[in-house]
Design a protein around this ligand. Structure first.
Ligand SMILES: [Fe+2]
Length: 374
């Protein structure tokens, strides 16, 4: 048995010891074979390592899968087709977006550097906001925006890229919740600056592929406090400072650094927490395609209400699911289908039309799951 950090875990590895949250809730049972969705489940709970049985670990490390393994029988016609993620990345729109995105992350890097090195200088928040708005305006639809967000982190997994994604997701959430333009701007800036504390942590530790030592883990967990210290004297909205400090707090008190409970966490920090975890779960990784949004929604539906602000999480999940109406999906039984109608009470169980024309209600088929957008 060996302990692996979350970044080393691969689909197919066997969990040697059950994994629990700090509150004692079972997350993974001993003997479970890891899948992409289960690894994402660990991120969801803020768990960064797991003990893996030796034989499986060795074989998986030797032949680490580059893409998410299918949980269905191989289909030769599908196997020769590019994945949805590959299709998105091959479009001229994505390539243009990628060029612009890289320019925006450079702007964020410059702004962070300016704050860290010249704390008395004026921060050009308007420029940062314009950069975010221009990226959103490059996307034709919400699905298009989220597709691009999910696929950018493979090429650039920097703090700046994550902050930009969280800002874009948070800005959309502000729109869905009918916030004023001013509040949407503040929320966007909360996303941009939420992880600025990570710039005080050496890259060798942030990007370390192996499991963190206890000291390193404590240092990583101090990034909200470090971020707050960097921002606290700047002439910016208090909610931006609180989002940096509180975005890892959870409603049930299981978060950090202060173990705050629901009513003690700032509203904007609660929204950033959702955008942060959603980006972490759905971003593409070198060893897997982006996690299917329906798998992410399923995790939030199952365990999200006790961890995240209900008024925000429900709107968020509803809107995310609705954006995939009419999209084509792959089911865990190997069939492909089109989403005909989202069930607002059971977001991961829509009505779907199979390729033979049959319309089925997934609410009546609990064993069926959507595993991929295709
Ligand atoms: Fe963070």
């Amino acid at each position: 048995m060996k302990t692996y950090s979350i970044r080393e875990l691969k689909p197919g590895m066997k969990v040697a010891e059950s994994v629990y949250t700090t509150k004692g809730q079972l997350v993974l049972e001993a003997g479970t074979i890891l899948t992409t969705a289960l690894i994402a489940r660990l991120s969801f709970y803020g768990i960064y390592s797991a003990n893996i049985a030796d034989a499986e670990a060795a074989s998986q490390t030797a032949a680490a899968p580059k893409a998410m393994p299918e949980t269905v029988a191989p289909n030769p016609s599908r196997a020769s087709n590019p994945s949805y993620s590959q299709k998105v990345k091959a479009t001229p729109e994505f390539i243009n977006y990628q060029i612009e995105y890289n320019k925006k992350t450079s702007v964020i890097r410059d702004v962070f550097d300016q704050i860290l090195n010249h704390p008395d200088a004026t921060i050009d928040t308007q420029r940062v906001l314009q950069e975010c708005s221009s990226l959103i305006s490059m996307c034709k639809t919400t699905v298009d925006l989220f597709d691009k967000i999910h696929n950018m982190r493979l090429d650039d997994d920097s703090v700046y890229s994550h902050c930009l994604n969280v800002a874009l997701i948070a800005r959309m959430m502000g729109k869905w919740m009918h916030f004023s333009d001013e509040d949407r701007d503040i929320l966007t800036l909360c996303g941009i600056f939420h992880d600025i504390g990570k710039t005080s942590i050496p890259d060798e530790i942030l990007n370390k592929p192996e499991k963190y030592t206890d000291e390193e883990f404590m240092l990583i967990q101090s990034h909200p406090t470090l971020g707050y210290e960097i921002l606290k004297d700047l002439p910016i909205d208090e909610r931006i400072k609180k989002a940096a400090l509180m975005h890892h707090e959870r409603s049930d008190g299981s978060g950090y650094p202060q173990k705050l409970k629901a009513d003690e966490i700032d509203d904007f920090a609660e929204i950033i927490a959702i955008a942060d975890v959603y980006d972490a779960m759905t971003a593409a990784r070198s060893y897997r395609s982006p996690l299917c949004p329906f798998q992410a929604i399923s995790m939030f539906e199952k365990d999200g209400l006790q961890l995240y602000g209900p008024k925000y999480i429900l709107t968020f999940l509803n809107r995310i699911a609705s954006t995939y109406q009419n999209n084509r999906v792959l089911l865990n039984n190997g069939q492909s289908a089109n989403i005909v109608m989202i069930n607002t009470k059971h977001l991961t169980r829509p009505m779907v039309q199979l390729d033979d024309g049959t319309v089925v209600d997934m609410l009546n088929l609990p064993e069926w799951e959507i595993i991929k957008i295709i």
